[in-house]
Design a protein around this ligand. Structure first.
Ligand code: HEM
Length: 524
């Protein structure tokens, strides 16, 4: 994931012979070559995080240290301004061979992109128009979201308002786009006009979900995604006035909504829930608590599942008197805004009810397919990033004088990873095509497939995470340097396996749906 912006490529124009470079090989007068570029590290050497002595080694000082460097550092180190300026020139007659991917470009590493995005391959689903959409989106995300994602994942703060503002800009409307095709896109300019509102299908939604998942900043991304599960029930069941107010607040990047179903007492077991809504003359009065509410720390609205005398009801509760949120520390960054939410005698107007009394389960279930499909899409994309990391590492790292990739066991691990990610991608593309050609009601028959797909995507992702740590060794459990993405992935991959339904539950759902569809007359 070394990405270069055109402004940081300014190379020093002076040229040096190898003989001249070799003379600068001692403390205080120290040069070295990396990928044909000459670096004067005379002053930096004493501050080098890897120590001074390694730079004075006779194979490094005054020499071409390309191989040694790339066995120990990510390319992005050299792109940081403080290190880029150590370059004083190039070697006579040599040209750089290693190029960072430009912001927005596709990777040329095999399997680093889905087949439809790989040069020379074809797709039954995606066209050049989709590719133009993907390119515009990736450029915007890598320029605007990626730097914020890396910084916030570290400091634990929520998505910066400047990012929301940029995504919401009238010329881009990415916030509205994230809700897939539909009337909410009408009249909007989308990504500078690269796609028209009526052209948008679930294939665009797949591109969006997969592009947003490439940053390997899992807490940050979930923090930004909270509304994607909190809002859909409001869009479908909310009264027009409430729906439009909350929808526009989100599309403008101003206010966010979290789904608040799970409790310390109950997860998917709705009957075990304790949050209770009492009907009064003035409206519903809600008391109870909710746990693991993604994005809850920054949410202005909560889509809340409650028990009541009238059955299960879903209410939209606005942050205000009686509503409190406290952060919960989980394995990923607090940028996710994961909250414990308490409702104490909160008065909720009847207009904020979604669906009829006792119909709450229907309201919640209506988005489960879309939610799981989106999670699978993101999981597959994040998985692919790890395949690229492993392929690069295995080819650039030398052990016992040979690249790591020359070991058959490493190639076997890579083969398994590639097969997992490619089969999951092919499956989701096929399901997405069905979604495009089915009505919302018909899509109910995809519930089993989507459940199985999500479970497959997250199980295989965890297998790859384990394999990746083995390939990277100690670096795979180290938060900085070469293996930082592997460490992050390995630590956070399990979130996908829990959110939106645990694997066993989804597998069972898939098989039970198949059983319901079994023809009565089928025999061996
Ligand atoms: C312009 C040249 C260089 C720069 C700017 C540089 C910079 C850095 C930085 C920032 C780190 C911290 C870890 C990271 O962020 O990846 C590091 C670690 C390290 N560097 Fe360098 N370095 C340079 C050249 C070299 C060379 C030629 C060697 C050759 C032996 C070397 C050996 C090391 C070692 C052994 C570590 C520790 C790696 C680890 O903890 O796994 N460095 N360097």
């Amino acid at each position: 994931m070394s990405i270069i912006s055109t402004s940081s490529t300014m190379a020093a124009s002076k040229q040096f012979t190898k003989e001249e470079i070799a003379k600068h090989n001692k403390q205080g007068d120290l040069w070295l070559v990396i990928d044909s570029k000459v670096y004067d590290v005379s002053r930096f050497a004493a501050m080098h995080p890897g120590g001074l002595s390694v730079l004075l080694d006779e194979e490094v000082a005054g020499q071409d240290a390309t191989e040694a460097f790339f066995g120990l550092h990510r390319h992005e180190v050299l792109l940081r301004p403080q290190y880029a300026r150590l370059q004083i020139g190039t070697v006579v007659g040599e040209k750089p061979q290693i190029v960072a991917r430009a912001a927005g470009a596709v990777s040329t590493v095999p399997y680093a992109e889905p087949m439809w995005l790989t040069k020379g391959y074809h797709s039954p689903y995606f066209t050049e128009r989709h590719r133009a959409f993907q390119a515009a989106l990736r450029k915007l995300l890598e320029e605007v979201v990626l730097p914020d994602a890396l910084a916030r994942e570290e400091d634990g703060k929520p998505v910066s308002q400047a990012v929301w503002d940029k995504l919401a800009e009238a010329s881009a409307n990415v916030m509205a786009l994230r809700f897939g095709p539909g009337p909410h896109l009408q009249g909007r300019t989308l990504l500078g006009g690269v796609v028209k509102p009526e052209e948008v299908t679930f294939l665009h939604a797949l591109i969006l979900a997969q592009e947003f998942a490439r940053f390997n900043s899992r807490g940050y991304m979930d923090g930004g995604n909270g509304s994607l599960i909190g809002l859909p029930p409001i869009l479908k069941y909310g009264r027009p006035e409430l729906r439009d107010k909350i929808m526009n607040d989100f599309f403008d990047g101003k206010k966010f909504t979290s789904l608040a179903i799970s409790e310390a007492f109950a997860g998917s077991d709705v009957s075990g829930m304790k949050t209770f809504a009492t009907k009064t003359d003035k409206g519903w009065v809600v008391n109870g608590t909710k746990k693991w509410i993604t994005g809850g720390m920054v949410a202005s609205y909560f889509t809340v599942g409650c028990r009541s005398e009238e059955g299960f009801v879903v209410l939209v509760i606005e942050r205000g008197p009686g509503v409190e949120t406290k952060p919960i520390k989980t394995a990923y960054s607090s940028a996710a805004g994961t909250a414990f939410v308490t409702f104490d005698n909160v008065l909720v107007p009847f207009e904020n009810q979604l669906g009829e009394d006792g119909q709450g389960l229907l309201v919640i279930l209506t988005n489960f397919n879309a939610e799981r499909w989106g999670m699978a899409a993101a999981a597959i994309s994040a998985h692919r990033v790890i395949v690229e990391e492993c392929l690069k590492w295995a080819t650039q790292r030398k052990v016992f004088g040979k690249p790591l990739i020359s070991q058959a066991v490493i190639r076997a691990k890579l083969a398994a990873m590639i097969s997992r990610v490619e089969s999951a991608q092919a499956w989701i593309e096929a399901i997405t095509y069905q979604m495009i050609n089915m009505s919302h009601e018909q899509q109910a028959k995809l519930a089993g497939q989507i459940g199985l797909l999500k479970s497959f995507a997250t199980k295989t992702a965890q297998e790859t995470a384990e394999d990746a740590v083995q390939i990277f060794g100690g670096r795979g459990i180290t938060k900085t340097g070469m293996g930082k993405h592997i460490e992050h992935y390995h630590r956070t991959v399990v979130f996908d396996a829990i959110l939106g339904g645990a694997e066993d539950v989804l597998d069972d759902l898939g098989v039970r749906q198949a059983l319901r569809m079994m023809p009565k007359n089928a025999r061996l």
